[in-house]
Design a protein around this ligand. Structure first.
Ligand code: NAD
Ligand code: IPM
Ligand code: MN
Length: 351
């Protein structure tokens, strides 16, 4: 029996509702594989911000540094400006723990039709590898210049050679272990000065992965191609902002962002990695108990895989696929009437 310590941060809105689903699945499937989880729960959230003036304590990162992994529901509430809640919690963890890879797999499952006609079940199986700590989310020069007629906001995008090299290296290695096809999202045809540099480094990294067939595609055309023919993609590597947008787009292609998982990885394992569904706190449906738990459940599978339990991870993913294929139970976002707990139970019947 192996025991893992998880730092659990349910956060805000539906984060509170989908986190128990992930925990339930980890406990049930883990037990069958000799894996035991203990959880330390942290109330870091917008509610805490209202009470104390901070999303998390000043020594927050220290409190979770020794955990084997972090599971986060979602952050954000309409009562707190998003830039305050996100820079106060989510972004410091990603950066403080050098989680420079944001891995976001996408699949079209049988029983969950894609809005895209050509995306038949089993034919879309791709992964967005998003650079997660720099790029357009740079922290240099972010300024609002107000108080004069030409007021403006300025922010520098930061692309370092080390940062682009390591995300490209991760993505090419992943492609080597999958179907050997990689697409790099770019915008080097425009006046985006950082992108020719991104392209140059991706091309350099490509030379040490001769078995990967790759090309750079402009982000605008790529967005269209992902809708017109999503079946031809395998690994897509993108900058922080491009990867963010592409991961919601590809999730929608697979039937909705409520099912999409994400792993914020520190590949060197100097720090804990953080697992969170792609979706946010969904204030429009929060508090009603009807959030789709599949994104959180699939994210739990990514956590299991990261901690070395590939078989247990595969079992969770299989349960999701089997439930969608064989059971009519769905939350309202997928056209059903089930609530979060009922849908979670339905998935577990196939685990
Ligand atoms: P969102 O993902 O929260 O919601 C977008 C839409 O998708 C909404 O209509 C919502 O109801 C629906 N949706 C999302 N997840 C769902 C689920 N599991 N089941 C059913 N429906 C679901 O994105 P948003 O509206 O842009 O952002 C809302 C808040 O969440 C903001 O404060 C934002 O900053 C925050 N956010 C946080 C994270 C995170 O913590 N990782 C990610 C994205 C957004
Ligand atoms: C995500 C979210 C975050 C991001 C926001 C909430 C800062 O959209 O995890 O995809 O852009 O990284
Ligand atoms: Mn996003």
């Amino acid at each position: 029996m192996v025991t893992h310590r998880i730092a659990l941060i349910p956060g805000d809105g539906i984060g509170q509702e989908v986190t128990p689903a992930a925990r339930h699945v980890l406990d049930t499937v883990g037990a069958r594989h000799g894996v035991h989880f203990t959880y330390d729960e942290f109330d870091w959230s917008c509610a805490r911000y209202h009470e104390t003036g901070a999303m998390m304590p000043a020594d927050g990162l220290e409190q979770i540094r020794q955990h084997d992994a972090i599971f986060l529901g979602a952050v954000g509430d309409p009562s707190v400006p998003d830039h305050v809640s996100l820079w106060g919690l989510l972004i410091p963890i990603r950066r403080g723990f050098r989680q420079y890879v944001n891995l976001r797999p996408v699949k079209v499952f049988e029983g969950l039709p894609s809005p895209v006609r050509t995306a038949l079940p089993g034919q879309v199986d791709l992964v967005v590898v998003r650079e997660n700590v720099e790029g357009e989310y740079g922290e240099v020069g972010g300024r609002l210049h107000r108080g004069f007629p030409e007021e403006m906001a300025v922010q520098e995008a930061v692309f370092t050679r080390a940062g682009v090299t390591r995300i490209a290296e991760y993505a090419f290695t992943l492609a080597d272990n999958r179907r050997g096809v990689l697409t790099s999202a770019t915008k080097s045809n425009g006046i985006v000065h950082t992108m020719p540099f991104w392209d140059e480094i991706v091309a350099e990294v490509a030379t040490s992965h001769p078995d990967v067939t790759w090309r750079a595609e402009h982000i605008d055309a790529l967005a269209a191609k992902l809708v017109l023919d999503p079946t031809r993609f395998d690994v897509i590597v993108g900058s922080n902002l491009f990867g963010d947008i592409l991961s919601d787009l590809t999730a929608a292609v697979a039937g909705g962002i409520g099912i999409a998982p994400a792993a914020n990885l520190n590949p060197e394992r100097e720090f804990p990695s953080m697992f969170e569904p792609v979706h946010g706190s969904a204030p429009d449906i929060a508090g009603r108990g009807i959030a789709n738990p599949l994104g959180a459940i699939w994210t739990a599978a990514l956590l299991l895989d990261h901690l070395g339990h590939a078989e247990a991870a595969a079992e969770v993913e299989h349960a999701i696929a089997a439930c969608l294929a064989k059971s009519p139970v769905r939350t309202p976002d997928l056209g059903g009437t089930a609530n979060t707990v009922e849908f979670t139970k339905a998935v577990l019947e196939f685990a």
